[in-house]
Design a protein around this ligand. Sequence first.
Ligand code: ADP
Ligand code: MG
Length: 718
Amino acid sequence: MALREASNHKPERFFVENRPISKFFGQNVLDLEKLRGYVSQQAYEAVLSAVKFGAQLDRSVANEIASGMKAWAIEMGATHYTHLFQPLTDSTAEKHEAFVTVKEGKAFEKFNGSALVQQEPDASSFPNGGLRNTFEARGYSAWDPSSPVFILDGTLCIPSVFVSYTGEALDTKVPNLKSMQALSDAATAVAKLFDENVKSVRVNLGIEQEYFLVDEALFNARPDLVLCNRTVIGHTSAKDQQLEDHYFGAIPLKVSAFMKDFETEAYKLGIQLQTRHNEVAPNQFECAPVFCDAITAIDQNMMLMILMQKVAEKHHLKVLFHEKPFDGVNGSGKHCNWSICTDTGVNLLSPGKTPTKNLQFLSFFSAVVNAVYQHHYLLMAGISNLSNSYRLGGHEAPPAVMSVFAGSTLSNIFKAIENMQDLPVEEAGLESIKIVNSIPEIFPDNTDRNRTSPFAFTGNRFEFRAVGSSINVASAIYILNTAVAESLVKFRADVDALIAKGEEKSVAIMETVHKFTHESRDIMFEGNGYSREWQEESKKRGLRAVENVPDSYEVYHEDKTVKLFTGTGVLNKNEIEARYEVLNETYVKKLQIEARVIGDICLNHVLPAAVKYQNILIENVKGVKEIFGEEYKELCHSEFSTLKKISSYINDITRDVEALVEARKKANRIPDIAERAKVYSRSVKSYMDKVRYSADHLEMLVDDEMWPLPKYRELLFF
Ligand code: ADP
Ligand code: MG
């Protein structure tokens, strides 16, 4: 039935604009320029300095801004407003309030300064890792003036930060904002070695979003997709991605109608979407906006995910942002293209034409690589969660171990720098000058791509590819920013120490580049990151792979990590602990849901279908016996064998589901959440694998007509 319904879903456009994009781009966003038309000059300047210097908005200004926003929102047809924040769950949270108020029988729209700058999402319990007692139940969300408000679905959305009443961060945005500041300070100090005029440095981010599309009717017919966003059972399709005919192939009409619609709506929100294409797996796609400052890029990515879901509803489609919705085909990532740029407009990761420009580039490049080396395990743990673990380090996936790919041109330059190490000390200085002066113009080859590297240099930026498609990348980005900030502080201090010893500046810088490069050489890897050799080689080099997600979270307790976050002021000890707890808690909850779902599906869908088919076979055998007498034994040879197999899988499933339930119950009794997560990751998960094995074999045996769930082949091909 679901299949019939799915085949009735035809391509159609719902959001058609006849105007050129430039005429409606950003129309649903109240940027600073527009806000200016709704508030006094004084209020406008107050917002401007809040954006630029993080100044606080005082109450009277907030009131004025709120009424300006209200006026605009009502003109735009909005009826509600909501603070939109980024809790530790990787999604966004919203609670809508109506503008309309009735007083003495008269209705009017109300929205004042306190509703703008502070809201208490009471009674809602967001994970907080003990930072907020439930009886205290107080956490505040407050507008982050650096993110403009916008309208989505008739609601004025106010991008907010979310903090506890003690001011500690309950979201991913606060630490991200702090990490940007830490990075800006540290990078500015290093950039000043080359140009005194640099006053600040910002992070640029271009986020590529991969996703799967599934027909809504088929999605609804699969309880696992509805509840877990992934299939917990399902035999691979005879054809999936082996022909590689989907990648960059023609986009199906149904999909392109959806893409055009969400692009139109995204443009209205000021999201500059640039690319769209098919991905490797069937029904897998990707879109990417043009890069912009990291905070905006992340806000926009979160908006885009909400928007895509909403638009998909119209098209009877479901967007799967899950990292691994289907076993056996590629998973989805969210590649983070990351670079740093000065207020004078220089991309610090762009190699230049002159030796000094190149020296600047080499300084920043080596500082980033060193940061990635020092915190390689934390960076990987930072992107590890249950869903991404099915993609990285899972059955057919590459191991979750960090490495940096530089491309052949650069890695040769770094080898040359590395070799300085063998020179006698007194000559090292000379050699430095020689290298500084002889660094050729660097043309990193843009096409020199390595798709197997989790962290690849692509000409003028790094591409953090291991990040999962469903997460809020803020949590990956603030770890990266903070690690790089720490590394740049060290870099500048080392250069200063050499200069203090009387070394010439460019030599001091080159020596430091050499030191940083030498220290972090083990993280550089140009080969195939998916190969077995690399698995062994990386171990030999002492690189730590994330083999088990809850185990990796222990990195938050390591001295190095605590020092990193507290030293830069990005997270305090309580906040680190809170994140550690929430990560473990989320892991357990998600796995618990999956474990329940696989049990239910098997007992309520798979087994009844298997028994039914078994009965049909039995009837068939009886019929053959009636007609042919004793000869039936020979004639029904294959039925007997199928019947036996089915019986054995039925028994296995029954036994393993029981064991799964027991394992879950036992794990649930463990009071310590981190301990519980570890037990879940081992025992519960291993029973799930067993159950799936039998269910997938039954799928191959039972009559197709009787199979109760849409199969991979139906889900993956339009
Ligand atoms: P590919 O799939 O080849 O990696 P895409 O064009 O899909 O490339 O995405 C590349 C992303 O990188 C885009 O979002 C683009 O705007 C972004 N990008 C380009 N240059 C930079 C840069 N200097 N800093 C950050 N992001 C960048
Ligand atoms: Mg890419």
